[in-house]
Design a protein around this ligand. Structure first.
Ligand SMILES: [Zn+2]
Length: 286
């Protein structure tokens, strides 16, 4: 398995913590391709992508996670959406052109919304104000306030090669010895903290994990491939447009001859004419 576009999950046996590592190349490049995002926006979207992969790997059921950021800065909206199969997609919307870098300068005053949608069952949503300087710190803050499970996240971007990566260490609240849990967790965070950018972008995951944790007992699970995949389809777009109602659709068709719309995530354009809607609305009547 190639070192890129793979997510690793592991458990520190004899310690009360788990970890994850993700290294992304093609998935990231596919997500930013053709969008003409400024460099700073690409970098932040890359951080969000790594973060969402790490979060998605914590799903214990079939479903998806969406991480959204909204703010009053030059970038008004960012979203990364991924499922338990590590199919990822993402989008950024700009309020104005910008050369800014970094969460604060791009987003201004903002919030992060994390939505978990199980395939069966009720969705769950957590919201956290973006009060820290980096996305990684905001995520740690999110875990602290929502789940009360100490979690540390490290995010890396290399804009020259268009690669992104991330690591996570999470305390496992699996015993009553709170002091020991926290001490294990802090120890593993200190080790993980030593990851160098050139290591995470050049080393195979196994080698990197060995360098970091060779003194620990690490049980590595089956790695998971990460892909760019958009879940849009003609049917879904048609259903969304149909919400406008038959009358309004008729008016637009009379004026423009067709209704064309592009997917925000993958930029696929869908075109609909009278025939599509005739079929759609006649189907609904049955
Ligand atoms: Zn799409």
């Amino acid at each position: 398995m190639s070192t890129q576009d793979v997510l690793h999950r592991y458990l520190f046996d004899n310690m009360h913590a788990r970890g994850e590592l993700v290294q992304l190349e093609k998935t990231y490049q596919d997500i930013i391709a053709n969008h003409n995002y400024p460099e700073g926006v690409k970098a932040l979207l890359g951080e969000m992508l790594s973060a969402t992969c790490l979060l998605t790997a914590t799903l214990k059921f079939e479903g998806e996670i969406t991480v959204q950021i909204q703010g009053d800065g030059p970038v008004s909206y960012l979203a990364i959406n991924g499922d338990d199969q590590q199919n990822m997609r993402g989008v950024a919307k700009l309020a104005q052109q910008t050369n800014a870098f970094g969460l604060k300068d791009l987003i201004g005053k903002g919030t992060m919304v994390i939505t978990i949608r199980p395939k069966s069952g009720e969705p769950y949503q957590g919201i956290v104000a973006l009060e820290k300087d980096t996305l990684a710190d905001c995520l740690a803050n999110y875990f602290e306030t929502s789940d009360q499970i100490p979690t540390s996240v490290w995010l890396f971007t290399d804009m020259s090669t268009q690669k992104v990566a991330g690591a996570l260490v999470q305390l496992l609240p699996d015993s009553d010895d709170k002091e020991q849990q926290l001490s294990d967790y802090n120890h593993l965070c200190q080790l993980t903290q030593t990851i160098k950018e050139e290591e995470i972008f050049s080393l195979e995951a196994e080698e990197l994990l060995y360098r970091l944790y060779h003194q620990e007992e690490v049980r590595i699970f089956e790695p998971q491939n990460v892909n760019f995949q958009c879940s849009c389809s003609e049917d879904k777009v048609l259903t969304a447009i149909s919400q406008l109602g038959q009358e309004e659709i008729k008016d637009i068709l009379a004026e423009q001859g067709e209704i064309a719309t592009s997917c925000d995530f993958c930029l696929t354009t869908y075109r609909f004419t009278e025939d599509h809607f005739a079929d759609y609305f006649s189907d609904k009547k049955h």
